[in-house]
Structure formats: structure tokens, C-alpha cells
Design a protein around this ligand. Structure first.
Ligand SMILES: [Zn+2]
Length: 325
């Protein structure tokens, strides 16, 4: 399934005559929206000094390249600054939000803000092993943080709030797995169960990665096919891939990327069979790692409220596209 959307225009870099066959081959192998990215990479690699943000500006026809984003706020305190008057807090915690009057009426979206800000204080609880079908795994983890102390848990809640606001306006019923309104958790098995019990039409788990500096960019994690114990993802593999490709495409369009340079071979997609939150899901579900909290370029984005708004917008566009079919 291509996730080239109506407002996506491929980049128009100068073509290198020797690159044609490679471009064609790549285009045949990867999902649509990322083809433009790869084409740019294929033809633009004579510019050895470029960095990812420059590439993103060129490749993704983003509405706002990174250079026009506000200066980064690296102190972990920046909370607002997002577009459209969005706030990271103050909405009803943890509960279902009433559906609005938009086109997604009757659709249920579960947003899973990865980790809980309180997990740090409950190591024995979150280290308890839970059965994920294929294996036993820790209930949850603390998540990562920037070197300056802006936590993944704080980031994911903020993006999730922004995403909820957008989806509610579109008419969806939105439910959170947690909203910082409980001491810790939930465990990954319960996170999956919340989506299942809600009979969600789509579930997206929001994360940021904690990889080595220099590793950067986003990737969407899709469930691989597993059938073991309580885990049986076979019925949701295809629909989750559709959802994930659309989310990746939306995210690329609104943020300008880049797709991960360390996972997914430039596709912005990864498939995993070791995540309980995916293995135990019976409804279409993906994770998104929005960037790397240990890379300074990514941190300048992740700590920007304006960028987080673009991130939420992109994720929402993918969800809406999936739900409309
Ligand atoms: Zn995480």
C-alpha cells in the first residue's frame, strides 16, 4: 500500500544519469512516500557534507523544514509553544473522550503514550515479568530521556495530547492507556488489553528512542506474525502494516523526516515480534519512535512544541487515512 497522500509531492533534485536504474529498483521495493526520500539520497549523495535536516528539507516537501522551527529548548521544561493553541495538559485524564461531529464518528482510536512518568519511582513493579505470549518480559520500562533530562514519558504524553485533540475534532472517540494519572504502568500486556477491550479501530503507541548519538530519524514498528500462547498477530499483520505505512507517510510529510538512519534501511518501517504491546493486540496497532532522544539534531526537534505539533498532525493524518480506507 502506498502512503503517498494527496499533498505529497516528490522532490525534484537534479537526476544523475547513472542513478536511474537504482532509483527504479528502489522505487519498486519501498513504500511510496519514502521513495522520494530514497530518490533524493540516491541522486544527492555527492553532497557529502549534508546532514539529515538538509536532506529532509529537500526530500519531503514538508510544510515546514526544520530550519524554520523555533530554537530548540533543551532544558526539558518547554511544554507549550505548539501550534493551534494546543496544550500538553489539562484535558480529561485517562478516560474516553466523547466523539465530535467529524468524519470519524463511530471510530475508536486508542493512543498509548509509551511509559509513565511515574515508572522511575516503581522499579519493582515495572520490572515484574508479564507473559507476552512468545516470552516473558518486564511489565514496562522507564523509557529514555534527553541528556538534559526531558523524559520520553513527558514527550509521549505531550504528543498524545496533541494527537487526541486533532482526532477528537475529526469525530473519533479517543482513549488513552494512561495519562500520567496512575502511579506507574500499565504493563505492556494491559496496554494491549485496553486496545482490545475498546475494540479499537486503530491503536498507536507513541515513543522516542534512546539510541547512540548520530543515530537519528523516526521509524514505525509493525507487528510481525507470531502465534504462541496468548499471542496471535496473524489477523492484524496486514492491517497494522497498512496503518503503519500511512502513519509513516503522514509523519514524513508533516515533519520532513528523516526516516531512521539506523533501523529500517531508510524505509522508516521496522517489523518486530518481541514487543508485548504488539504481540497481544487483536486490533490494528503500531508503535512510532518519533526520533532519538540521544542525538542532538533529533533533540532539537523533540523538544520543540511546534515540531511535536507537526508530529501529532502527521500521525493523525496516517490514522485518518487508514480509518477512511
Ligand atoms: Zn519507549
Amino acid at each position: 500500500m502506498s502512503y503517498v497522500g494527496p499533498d505529497f509531492e516528490p522532490p525534484r533534485p537534479p537526476r544523475h544519469p547513472l542513478r536511474g536504474p537504482l532509483i527504479v529498483a528502489v522505487g519498486a521495493l519501498v513504500p511510496g512516500a519514502l521513495v522520494g526520500w530514497l530518490v533524493w539520497q540516491a541522486v544527492g549523495d555527492s553532497d557529502e557534507g549534508r546532514d539529515g535536516s538538509a536532506a529532509a528539507q529537500t526530500s519531503a516537501s514538508a510544510s515546514a523544514p526544520s530550519s524554520v522551527l523555533p530554537a530548540p529548548s533543551d532544558d526539558g521544561k518547554e511544554q507549550t509553544g505548539g501550534g493551534a493553541g494546543q496544550s500538553g495538559g489539562g484535558e480529561e485524564p485517562g478516560s474516553s473522550a466523547p466523539a465530535g461531529s467529524g468524519s470519524l464518528q463511530g471510530k475508536v482510536v486508542v493512543i498509548d503514550p509509551g511509559h509513565n512518568p511515574g515508572n522511575f519511582r516503581h522499579p519493582s513493579d515495572i520490572n515484574r515479568k508479564v507473559n507476552i505470549g512468545t516470552n516473558w518480559k518486564e511489565c514496562d520500562t522507564t523509557g529514555t530521556s534527553t541528556n538534559a533530562g526531558y523524559t520520553e514519558a513527558e514527550f509521549t504524553l505531550d504528543v498524545s495530547h496533541r494527537l487526541r485533540t486533532i482526532l477528537k475534532k475529526a469525530g473519533a472517540t479517543v482513549k488513552f492507556t494512561q495519562d500520567g494519572d496512575r502511579a506507574w504502568g500499565p504493563c505492556v500486556d494491559e496496554r494491549a488489553e485496553i486496545g482490545n477491550k475498546a475494540e479499537a479501530d486503530a491503536v498507536v503507541s507513541i515513543h522516542a528512542d534512546g539510541s547512540a548519538a548520530g543515530n537519528r530519524g523516526f521509524h514505525v514498528i509493525l507487528p510481525g506474525s507470531v502465534h504462541s500462547g496468548a499471542a496471535d498477530t496473524r489477523p492484524i499483520v496486514a492491517s497494522s502494516r497498512d496503518l503503519g505505512e500511512r502513519v509513516a507517510g503522514g509523519f514524513l510529510r508533516t515533519t520532513g523526516g528523516p526516516p531512521s538512519n539506523y533501523i529500517g534501511d531508510g524505509t522508516g518501517l521496522d517489523v518486530r515480534t518481541d514487543l508485548g504491546g504488539l504481540n497481544l493486540s487483536t486490533v490494528p496497532k503500531v508503535f512510532i519512535e518519533c526520533g532519538n532522544m540521544r542525538d542532538t539534531k533529533d533533540v532539537s526537534r523533540l523538544t520543540s512544541g511546534a515540531w511535536r505539533q507537526k508530529a501529532a498532525q502527521g500521525i493523525s493524518e496516517g490514522i485518518v487515512s487508514f480509518l477512511r480506507g
